[in-house]
Design a binder for this molecule. Structure first.
Ligand code: SF4
Ligand code: SF4
Length: 62
């Protein structure tokens, strides 16, 4: 399984990751992105890593 984490200090709130995530587990909490869905559904596709303009994502395989 995969674990996604978001560096809140780096997130600039653009929202791009929310629509891009095929697992639909990302959402906005105020002006920051959060894992709002079931983190266990992360597929490890790294679409979020690629689309984020501020390199806020880390995806690790557990
Ligand atoms: S790695 Fe893929 S499935 Fe996991 S949070 Fe990022 S975009 Fe979503
Ligand atoms: S793509 Fe990156 S900067 Fe934009 S909302 Fe998501 S985590 Fe924040």
């Amino acid at each position: 399984m995969f674990m996604v984490s978001i560096n809140q200090d780096k997130c600039v709130g653009c929202g791009s990751c929310v629509d891009a995530c095929p697992a639909k587990i990302l959402g906005m909490e105020g002006d920051k992105a959060e894992v709002t869905g079931d983190a266990a559904d992360c597929m490890g596709c790294e679409t979020c890593v690629e689309i984020c303009p501020s390199e806020a994502f880390t995806v690790m395989e557990l």
